[in-house]
Design a protein around this ligand. Structure first.
Ligand code: F0G
Length: 355
């Protein structure tokens, strides 16, 4: 472990990953994220145990670092000289970080409109070549798939199987922390790589005798970008949750397989439900996530309120930090009024008049 308290996913889960002698370990300290109880949600919903997996605590602020650690290491092992991806922002930031770490030129293709500024800022400062396109994430993915046919160019989107191998480690951590798989796993769905990876991870752990059961998988798309729910791909997906504004997910079939094999569901949550969960997580639990991440908790709220029976122990995956998009927080939080710089005015604004 090199004496490091945060060895990274490759070192920690080497036995479960396609890692050989020649695979470099580029870790930036990804993985080993907190799994915390959500007392307020438990109380509100009457569910015995609600746990939140805080993937925003990864080094670039989202779960993408797990898969990127493995995908970029394997790409270098296989002789790649460049990384490329299409992204709604988080994949771009993570690819750019690992590109910087390994000294590999990295191109990230993002929709010109809708990507949170913090994600663009990250990709730029890590030194990636950032290419905004006049089109959607799905258009970008079509372009990069073609570009990746050139020799030496590694495509690091979740169509790369090593991304999913790395992302399984989040499921491993959940089981390692809880002692077994949860009854249900709630997760946002965009390009559908993460739900696929969790399912793969839970199954791998069960096969290895580390978990005695498998969770029911519950995926949530934004209502305006819910092709898996409706069965129809969309040219113009629309949602406030820009990270999951995707009309034709690359891992569509595999997500459906995870849903069906686990006896689970993939459902839509409205933008209003996403915003409510986003506000509630921050105000009641002290956890600030990005809008897309709140889809998992929006789904739990919706099911609990709809009278569905919820498993005794559930885990909600919170995929990314809210800090990448402070504009959204300002938009959905009460606005403070400016006051004069004296004690009376400040005490009055605080509502502390009585004393
Ligand atoms: N949550 C966040 C914060 C994301 O950034 C994404 C995907 C998802 C959930 C959905 O995960 O695609 O595996 O189903 N973001 C990708 C990106 C598309 O480019 O950063 P998924």
């Amino acid at each position: 472990m090199n004496g490091s308290p945060r060895p990274g996913v490759i070192e920690r889960y080497r036995d479960f990953l396609p890692i050989g002698e020649a695979t470099p370990n580029l870790t930036i300290g990804e993985g080993d994220t907190p799994l915390v109880r959500a007392a307020s949600l438990e109380h509100r919903l009457g569910v015995a145990e609600v746990w939140l997996k805080l993937e925003g605590c990864n080094p670039t602020g989202s779960f993408k670092d797990r898969g990127m650690a493995v995908a970029t290491a394997k790409a270098i092992e296989e002789g790649a000289h460049s990384f490329i991806c299409a992204s709604t922002g988080n994949t771009a930031a993570s690819a750019a970080a690992f590109g910087a770490r390994s000294g590999t030129p990295t191109g990230v293709i993002i929709p010109a409109r809708g990507v949170a500024l913090g994600k663009v800022a990250q990709a730029l400062i890590y030194g990636a070549r950032v290419i905004p396109i006049q089109g959607s994430f799905d258009d970008g993915l079509t372009v990069v798939r073609e570009l990746a046919s050139r020799p030496g160019v590694a495509l690091v989107n979740s169509v790369n199987p090593y991304r999913l191998e790395g992302q399984q480690t989040a499921a491993f951590e959940v089981v390692d922390t809880l002692g077994d798989a949860p009854d249900e796993l709630y997760i946002p769905v965009g390009n559908a790589g993460n739900i696929t990876a969790y399912w793969q991870g839970f199954r791998a752990y069960q096969n290895a005798g580390r978990a005695s059961e498998l969770p029911v998988m519950r995926g949530f798309q934004a209502a305006g970008a819910a092709p898996i729910v409706t069965g129809e791909s969309l040219a113009n997906p629309e949602t406030v949750a820009s990270a999951i504004q995707i009309g034709n997910p690359a891992n569509w079939e595999r997500a459906v397989q995870a849903r069906d094999e686990s006896d689970g569901t993939i459902e839509a949550v409205s933008d209003e439900e996403i915003v409510e969960a986003y506000q509630m997580l921050a105000a009641d639990e002290g956890i600030f996530v990005e809008l897309a991440s709140a889809a998992s908790v929006a789904g739990l709220l919706r099911r609990a309120r709809g009278g569905e029976v919820i498993g005794g122990r559930v885990v909600c995956v919170l995929t990314g930090t809210g800090l990448k998009d402070p504009g959204a927080a300002v938009r959905y939080a009460p606005k403070p009024a400016e006051v004069e710089a004296n004690i009376d005015a400040v005490a009055s604004a605080l509502g502390w008049n009585a004393g």
